[in-house]
Write a protein that binds this ligand. Structure first.
Ligand code: NI
Ligand code: MN
Length: 227
């Protein structure tokens, strides 16, 4: 499994069989380093509806003639906008074209603003993605919660991607405990340094992980790792 970071919470995940992108906030993020037209994937996975996660999902789905996986209400929203979708909900798994996705709990909110109207888009989620025999856990936007232990206990996770930005999600202290509870061996920090309110030191977070025997990867946009 090859994982490429495109800033904020966006990860491109590829194997020899398939490619998917999670939370493709690209054109709206000056730090992403890539345009949505350059994304070639077999599926788009969304953790929740906030604009810094939905991003260019609909355009990428249309360009690639591929589905968007999302929690039911968000999937309906994307379908109304003309995308193909897979309706998911918390606790459910689905395999499509060699891509296995399971939606897990996240403690956050999920909504889209259109003009002066807020559309609520169901529960926010984390995602377990199994591709090419490896499993990635993308926590989405979440607070620390006790059932991260359950997720770690029930799944053989090869690599976890956890928010560390604080203010809108877990900060580094809580993410460190999350990594421990998940029994993580490898962690990619997400959702930081996109704007000043969520400034964090990714390298310092990864040093703290190392002290717990966990490998951390403070990827810069465009950087990849192979797991
Ligand atoms: Ni959010
Ligand atoms: Mn967010």
């Amino acid at each position: 499994m090859k994982i490429t970071y495109y800033g904020h919470s966006a990860l491109l995940v590829e194997s020899s069989e398939a490619a998917v992108i999670i939370d493709p906030f690209l054109s709206g993020n000056p730090k992403s380093g890539i345009s949505p037209e350059d994304i070639k994937v077999d599926a788009v996975l969304l953790t929740h509806g906030h604009s810094d996660h939905l991003g260019d999902a609909i355009e990428i789905s249309k360009n690639n003639n591929c589905p968007i996986f999302a929690v039911y209400e968000l999937a309906e929203y994307c379908q109304i906008k003309g995308a193909q979708v897979k309706h998911m909900n918390i606790g459910g798994a689905h395999t499509y074209s060699g891509i296995t996705v399971k939606y897990t709990q996240a403690f956050h909110s999920s909504s889209i603003q259109e003009g002066d109207t807020w559309i609520y888009t169901g529960q926010p989620a984390g995602i377990l993605l199994t591709l090419g025999g490896k499993t990635l856990y993308h926590a989405g936007d979440t607070a620390l919660f006790g059932d991260l232990r359950l997720i770690g206990e029930r799944n053989a996770i090869d690599i976890s991607a956890l928010p560390i930005g604080d203010m809108l999600t877990m900060g580094p202290d809580d993410a460190l405990l999350a990594a421990r509870w998940l029994r993580a061996e490898k962690v990619i920090p997400l959702h930081y340094n996109t704007f000043p309110a969520i400034a964090q030191d990714g390298a310092d977070f990864c040093d703290r992980l190392r002290q717990e025997g966990i490998e951390g990867f403070p990827l810069l946009p465009g950087e990849s790792i192979e797991v």
